[in-house]
Write a protein that binds this ligand. Structure first.
Ligand code: MG
Length: 452
């Protein structure tokens, strides 16, 4: 893990871990590293105007021209970098973190977040005295630019608007006081849907629900789906890259299942194609991709790894179990509003209830658990695990993933941010999956004891 960058950009508690001075320095280094023309966007957090100003100062100090695209979802900022042919972008956001957090996501000229290697190079620049500052007559300029309209138009261009319009779908949308309030309802309306909303007032205190959509905080959306007799409900995280769907019976379907639904349709249109997803995703992805004659390319956990692999191998669909779906023809980044448009198209084409479409996907039992482990023991623990586990197939892309002949699997990996080892398991039934978790929790625990 880098000295500033975490799993997705730089994050910290406002005015404690993340200060104006720090953001100014990071923005200056990013500007010097990325190039002359930089897009700058922000989410709706209370501290985002402050960090927007700090980012502008940093970028101008190294001679960048700043295209200020204002408040918008992270994927819309990413799209604008590519659309306006810029050298890079900065997004002031802490995604789904609690309101006291903020951060920066850094985009390269292709609109994707910078690679791990590029993050290290930016950190090296900061920790070796910072970038060269511009002389007085080479200081940069600021220009405002409207980015949401071309972004929405791109999303609409990738689905059959007429087909969706004829279906007359009713859609319930919960942006959770985040910035998809600016995109998702408009996109659904433009697709001819009847739109119902809650929590569409952008509010950086996230007063209505936690910014991360999870089954336990979507009661408001469930009530809206029921009251409006909606065909589908969708909730987004704070910066709009993740989406979670609920069906007309108000059941929540977790991210790997909505990704599987999108992947199934993608395989019908693109037989034999490859699809990228992290090793933590459900086997259901493998099932639908293999059934379509294609292949799943497994990646380390983290959206940057999936996006970069998609660009490198020309893969047009990727996704994460947390509800981040990446549709390459639009852009190889997680995009909640794009995911909504794709799901609406699938529903319109099938003319069947969403609960039935989800019901057709293979169903597995899953458990996610964790074991405390100090950062300094993580590497030795992983090493010791490698020699003590027993499974016919072992993947080492990220931590250890053990596959068994009955199709069940367990992933044991060190968290990049917390002092824990995470365990994810999946099997045909709940008994088998809890056995897998218990057995390996005990193994991890006994190795930690022996290392201490
Ligand atoms: Mg996010």
């Amino acid at each position: 893990m880098g000295r500033l960058f975490g799993t997705n950009g730089v994050r910290g508690v406002v005015n404690k871990e993340l200060t104006v001075e720090k953001v100014t320095n990071i923005a200056a280094a990013c500007g010097a590293y990325l190039g002359k023309k930089i897009a700058l966007g922000r989410d709706g957090r209370t501290s985002s105007p402050m960090f927007r100003s700090a980012s502008i100062s940093g970028l101008l100090s190294v001679g960048c021209s700043v295209l200020d695209v204002g408040i918008l979802p992270t994927p819309a900022l990413q799209f604008s970098v590519k659309h306006f042919k810029l050298d890079g972008g900065l997004m002031v956001t802490a995604s789904h973190n609690p309101p006291e957090f903020n951060g920066l996501k850094v985009m390269a000229d292709d609109g994707l977040e910078v690679s791990r290697q590029q993050e290290t190079e930016i950190e090296d620049l900061i920790f070796s005295g910072g970038p060269q500052l511009s002389v007085w007559d080479k200081i940069g300029t600021i220009e405002k630019r409207v980015a949401i309209q071309p972004y929405n138009e791109s999303i609409l261009s990738h689905v059959d608007s007429r087909l969706v319009g004829e279906a007359g779908l009713r859609v319930a949308i919960d942006p959770g006081n985040g910035v998809t309030a600016l995109t998702a309802p408009e996109i659904a309306r433009n697709l001819g849907c009847k739109v119902y909303t809650i929590n569409v007032n952008i509010d950086g205190r996230f007063p209505s629900r936690e910014s991360e959509p999870r089954p336990e905080n979507l009661d408001g959306l469930r009530i809206l789906v029921e009251a409006s007799e909606a065909d589908v409900g969708v909730a987004f995280d704070g910066d709009g890259d993740r989406s979670i769907f609920i069906d007309e019976k108000t059941e929540v379907h977790w991210g790997d299942r909505s990704f599987a639904l999108v992947a199934k349709e993608f395989m019908a249109k693109n037989p034999g194609a490859s699809v990228a997803t992290p090793v933590s995703s459900s086997r259901v992805i493998d099932d639908v991709v293999t059934a379509g004659g294609g292949q799943v390319i497994w990646t380390p956990v983290g959206s940057v790894d999936v996006s970069r692999l998609m660009i490198g191998k020309g893969i047009m669909l990727g996704g994460e179990e947390n509800g981040g779906i990446m549709y390459g023809p639009h852009l190889q980044v997680r995009d909640g509003s794009m995911a909504l448009a794709l799901v609406l198209e699938i529903m319109a084409k099938s003319k069947r209830p969403l609960s039935e479409l989800f019901g057709e996907l293979p169903q597995y039992a899953q458990i996610k658990d964790k074991v405390p482990c100090p950062h300094e023991l993580k590497e030795r623990l992983l090493e010791a695990l490698r020699t003590s586990v027993d499974a016919p197939r072992v993947e080492t892309i990220d931590g250890l993933k053990l596959w068994y002949p009955d199709g069940s699997w367990i992933l044991i990996r060190p968290s990049g941010t917390e002092p824990v080892f995470r365990l994810y398991a999946e099997a045909e039934n709940s008994e088998r999956v809890s056995d897998l978790i218990e057995e390996h929790k005990a193994l991890v625990g006994s190795i930690i004891d022996s290392l201490n």
